[in-house]
Design a protein around this ligand. Structure first.
Ligand SMILES: [Zn+2]
Length: 325
């Protein structure tokens, strides 16, 4: 309580002195995390809060699109303002049904990074499947063969337990995600039902096309959403090149931007950055927290973003901005 009060006071004092730069905000899902049978951690905020966030960005920043950013980079312009750039990863259906109408209402541009396999062969992505299995676990203690300690899901919140288990699963580079899901099914004695598997979680091409034609920016988030640093160079290249080609084919646009799946420091390599550049993307976004204050070539393929999650209020959003400025 006292700590959060101090954080609030601190952010109010520092706020007027925020540096110029590009404040790139990253969302995943919009909606009520408590109503989802899948991963609650991918919900950034509710619909009501999202509308407040958009009003806040428009009141506080000069909101730009990825195309505006590319123009600023190409003109070698000095960043003399506080810009905001709104991005969404993964292409969940609520990006179209909830976020898009609000963005249109406020004439606010945003960028959507899609993993094309999610549109071509709709299904449930690995993190949502893992969350579903954990939610339906028949046992309380979850322990993979290579873990030192078990995680007790009968204590703490389900949101936190899912986050902890997903984090550990993501760290294991040795086995395929398929194998890890099989092991989890065995441990939890639960397997996703066909009914759950039929849920429409992602947008379809028609919806993405409608957004693209309404001046929303569409970028690539690979084919499969596999973590690039876990793949061979050849596999990485396929993910980077073929997803771009697929979006261009389906939407009739030039794809200029890329976002690394998962996106933390460990999720991509120097090779990944080079392959993205060689595939003729103009820029790429990471999920490393921070603001973009330097548009030089070195940074261009790993721009930082500010994570928006956990239903954050405007006051918490201000604290995130101040923390990473
Ligand atoms: Zn993603």
């Amino acid at each position: 309580m006292f700590k959060s009060f101090i954080r609030k006071v601190h952010s109010n004092i520092v706020w007027p002195f925020l540096p110029n730069g590009i404040y790139c905000f990253n969302y995943h899902r919009i909606g009520d995390m408590n109503k989802s049978p899948f991963d609650p951690n991918v919900f950034s905020c509710t619909e009501e809060l999202f509308e407040k966030h958009i009003q806040f960005y428009n009141d506080t920043f000069c909101v730009i699109s990825v195309d505006d950013l590319i123009n600023i980079i190409n003109k070698n312009e000095f960043i003399h303002k506080k810009y905001a750039l709104i991005t969404f990863d993964d292409g969940y259906i609520d990006n179209y049904s909830i976020a898009f109408p609000i963005l249109k209402k406020y004439c606010t541009p945003a960028a959507f990074f899609i993993a094309t396999n999610h549109l071509d062969s709709p299904g449930i992505p690995w993190w949502d499947e893992i969350a579903w299995i954990i939610r339906h676990s028949k046992v309380a203690l979850i322990k993979f063969c290579d873990w030192n300690e078990a995680i007790d899901i009968s204590t703490g919140t389900i949101t936190l337990n899912i986050r902890t288990i997903l984090k550990k699963i993501k760290q294991d580079k040795m086995r395929s995600m398929e194998d890890k899901i099989k092991e989890l099914e065995n441990i939890c004695q639960s397997k996703m039902t066909d009914n759950a598997r039929d849920t429409k979680l992602f947008m379809d091409w028609e919806q993405v096309k409608e957004m693209s034609e309404s001046r929303m920016h569409i970028g690539s988030h690979t084919l499969s959403h596999n973590i690039l640093s876990h793949l061979s160079k050849k596999q990485q290249n396929e993910e980077i090149v073929l997803s771009k080609k697929r979006i261009e084919e389906k939407l009739g646009i030039k794809v200029t931007s890329f976002a690394y799946p998962v996106g933390g420091k460990a999720a991509f390599t120097e090779d990944s950055k080079l392959l993205v550049e060689q595939a003729n993307y103009e820029l790429a976004f990471s999920f490393i927290p921070g603001i973009i204050s330097n548009l030089n070539k070195k940074e261009r393929y790993q721009y930082k973003r500010l994570p928006v999650d956990n239903n954050c209020s405007i006051s918490q959003l201000r604290q995130i901005i101040v923390k990473h400025k």
